[in-house]
Design a protein around this ligand. Structure first.
Ligand code: ADP
Length: 260
């Protein structure tokens, strides 16, 4: 197992060229995410949540500033930063098992080893019995599990998730949320998780960020300390906790203020 990694943004901004000059979609941002934190990002549409995540992933270069992972500036994507999007993007011509094995195969992991790792990941996400199927033979929730297995098989120390459960029904979402939390605890990952749902942010995160618009920026940054007082809380217990409700009201007030 690897140690969790710290992520640091120093003066990171993003602008896009436009007809009337560049438009800044992310204001210069400083942010430190400690190794092992589970940071959730909420905010109105268009406030730059995906931009921030894509910069951390290395898919987008910042206009200014530096992103460091484990103290080293990033220059592009890396298997140590696994990215899960809302829509599963499995290769339709490969079986589920082959999809999960794809990353290790590209990295040159020997066949026996990668088959064993893929099987372990499929078991972890409850898909070991469906490995021979093609993605189109799976439900939406199963496809999303397969995508998560495909990312986790690379054992990334940082997991970046962009509304990964947004398209799922409530029951499947809650099950996958629970599985993600178990995995984060057991394997000591650093997680950045973008969501529209305040409840989801507070239930999963150790820390919640709210972003505002014009330009996108972090306007609120608080730890979800209320959980520390509850031993092994279920989602139902957390939702019933008065401190959960208080924090939810506070976060939602900031999101509404960002809309105004
Ligand atoms: P969110 O994830 O919070 O909905 P995004 O990060 O997707 O927000 O987008 C932030 C802003 O950047 C939006 O106003 C969006 O229109 C703009 N934007 C995103 N990609 C581009 C692009 N390639 N060119 C110009 N503007 C973009």
């Amino acid at each position: 197992m690897n140690d969790a990694l710290q992520v640091t943004l120093s003066g990171v901004s993003k602008s896009y060229p436009g007809d009337d000059g560049p438009t800044q979609v992310l204001a210069p941002t400083d942010l430190t995410i400690e190794g092992g934190e589970f940071v959730c990002v909420v905010g109105p549409s268009g406030c730059g949540k995906s931009t921030l995540l894509n910069i951390l992933a290395g898919f987008l270069a910042p206009t200014e500033g530096t992103v460091r992972v484990g103290g080293h500036p990033i220059t592009g994507p890396d298997p140590d930063r696994g990215v899960v999007f809302q829509q599963p993007n499995l290769y339709p011509w490969l079986s589920v098992r082959q999809n999960v094995e794809f990353g290790p195969k590209v990295r040159g992991v020997p066949r026996n080893q990668r088959t064993a790792e893929a099987e372990r990941m499929l078991t972890l996400v409850g898909l070991d019995h469906l490995g021979a199927r093609r993605p189109y033979e799976l439900s939406g929730g199963q496809q999303q599990r397969a995508q998560i297995a495909r990312v986790l098989v690379n054992d990334p120390r940082i997991i970046l998730m962009d509304e990964p459960f947004g398209a799922l029904d409530a029951l499947t979402r809650e099950k996958l949320q629970g599985e993600l939390l178990t995995l984060w605890r057991d394997r000591k990952k650093t997680v950045l998780f973008v969501t529209h749902s305040i409840d989801e942010a507070l239930l999963l995160g150790t820390r919640v960020l709210v972003m505002g618009t014009r330009p996108g920026r972090i306007i609120y940054d608080e730890p979800t300390t209320f959980k520390a007082t509850l031993a092994n809380p279920s989602f139902a217990a957390l939702r019933a906790d008065p401190d959960f409700r208080r924090l939810r009201d506070e976060v939602s007030a900031h999101i509404y203020a960002a809309h105004a």
